[in-house]
Write a protein that binds this ligand. Sequence first.
Ligand code: 0X9
Ligand code: CA
Ligand code: CA
Ligand code: CA
Ligand code: ZN
Length: 310
Amino acid sequence: DFPAGDEGYHTYAELSEELSAAAREHPGITRLSSVGTSAQGRALHLLKISDNAGTDEAEPEVLFTCNQHAREHLTTEMCLHIVQRFTEGYGSDPAVTNFVDTREILVIPSVNPDGAEYDIAGGEYRGWRKNRQGAGTDLNRNWDYRWGCCGGSSGNPASDTYRGPSPFSAPETRAVAGFVDSRVVDGTQQITAHIDFHTYSELVLWPFGYTHDDTAEGMTAEEAQRFAEVGRKMAASNGYTPQQSSDLYVTDGTVNDWMWGKHKILSFTFEMYPRGAGGLDGFYPPDEQIAPQTARNDEAVDILLAEAGA
Ligand code: 0X9
Ligand code: CA
Ligand code: CA
Ligand code: CA
Ligand code: ZN
């Protein structure tokens, strides 16, 4: 469990129950499923929120993923907040109602439930980042786009940025990627925009991460410009700092590079609160921060949902 005083965070069992409750209480606009299972067999929950959620309608699909990194528990709360806002606000909040009616909102609140549970299992935080397959794979180095290309990951299983023995060796990344691949319908990828939530540093990041170059094969100057424009607009709404992800440091095999490189999905990483901290402390803000730091991204989420239709 979470340490005393941090009970506001959701364990995997509590997350599962919240999602079931949201689906039960809002059956017309939700569909709860899973994209697969983790290395230890936990369901990787997926909640779709849209009018006529049981039907695949011709509406832009927007994906939100959270908790690739085990210890980044605030991000799971971010995805839950998105779920709650777009279910509970439907019919009363006009902006929410409009997005639910005109988009298919796809939320995967925990990509790494095994790691998250391990991080809290001892009743005190362990500072765990990776999944729980062997010595652990960094899921955000395991995606099959220029995997291991560029010194932005490690081949050492003991490393916190271990890329795994092969691309998509982790069942968690393979499952999420399989779901995204399955959204290609009649040759067209239905998902047009995506945010992967992380902590911490208060940043809005866009691809590519594998190279310092602004443009590269698969990223024209116009496309890079669009990323920067949307990224800056979202950052202006939440006070984060916008930049190309490699400006932070070079990574390879990350989710954004795959989403854009393979599927041309407008894919961002948000590094949430806090802006700075001493080492591991930044991963464990008190649960009193959940409400303000998740609501802080409401406008940015709405900006992305609007852009998804553009
Ligand atoms: O290293 C990561 O996977 C992300 N940061 S975290 O502290 N949450 O681990 C950042 C990924 C963004 N990509 C690049 N910085 N290139
Ligand atoms: Ca508290
Ligand atoms: Ca719909
Ligand atoms: Ca659809
Ligand atoms: Zn992270």
